[in-house]
Ligand binder design. Sequence first.
Ligand code: CTP
Length: 395
Amino acid sequence: TAGEMAAEIGTEAYVVGGFVRDVLLTKSNLDLDLVVESDGIAFAKKLAKRMDGRAKYHRKFKTAVVILPDGQRVDVATARLEYYEYPAALPTVELSSIKMDLYRRDFTINALAVHINPSSFGKLVDFFGSQRDLKDKTIRVLHALSFVEDPTRIMRAIRFEQRFDFKIGGQTLNLIKNALKLNLINKLSGYRLTHEMRIILNEANVLRSIERMNELGVLEAIHPLMELNSARSQVIAELERLMSWYSLLYLEPPLSVWKTYFLAMCMGVSKAKMEQIYDRFSFSPSERREFIHLRDAVFWAAGNIMNIKQEMKPSEIYETLSPVPLEGVLFIMARTKREMIKKYVSQYLTSLRLKTIDVTGEDLKDLGLEPGPLYSEFLNQVKLACLDGKLKGRD
Ligand code: CTP
């Protein structure tokens, strides 16, 4: 439909970027990005109308998103010649808008387009050797200023390298090293840095990505206290193992994967020094509070559980771990080398935490007890008694 519409309007429309890359790599990708060589917003409105969807737009960036009735999102961008400023690199007259649009992208593997006008529907548009790089499994920038223009691309290069098991090309690697020498990472806002870090930590092969960031000096550039050491590596490796175990159990609630790894990346940093790291990532007051609470809770619970000499009763395990957010519980499990403690934490995660009791506040009310703080204390005692098998509970 979009291609037919483009032909009616007398413009060219293309599917671009990650979608095309992933089709060629036979991986699934649900984000559809269109580029049209005309007003993208007008195009999106028309497309939405024709497909019974909704369009939302960003006038400033001349971009829009169309949400189709089945929930599928289609991003529509405008390819415009005057938007680009690389007079030195290529003779502008020669360039079509789509070529310019692709040229300003991060890597060759993301700079492919598929023409969708009916006249040449499905024709692959490859100006920069993208197919060759996909075949050679190489991450390559399109021009020497790519990282200067957008230093988050340094982290994106590492992310794609690890995700697809590709290699960053030699020239591109040199450009990254130069960009780091020029301290370009310092120029990144905390917001963008956090965004990129979250994405990396939410993908597979976290340890390898972190090692690569460390090797290239990205972590040091973010903050010297974040440099990788062997203790952190070990915990991150163990966390990767635990994360896949935890996700296979389909336990609720899902935990925040990136926060758990972030804890490990900052292992050994004092509470006071952590403020510098929070500052660098521009954490909001609530994010800051959340991490402070998480680290405090881990510190307290790990202190308790590590000091245990004799066997712990289920109620003791529960009392120690229940005040700790899940991310912290996984982190404690990854950090300990003692099998016994790993077993306790696993017991907490897979069973103790999920046990419910039949008694409710309503029951206490029926017994004639006045509502108040004693209620929750009473219910808690009932739960602890159930965990130790003194009362019968429900699994
Ligand atoms: N892009 C870019 N520079 C950036 C971010 C994005 O050039 N710093 C371009 C890339 O061409 C990319 C497209 O914008 O293909 C869309 O960006 P995004 O959705 O972040 O990336 P995808 O390639 O779709 O990757 P993912 O599979 O992670 O969604």
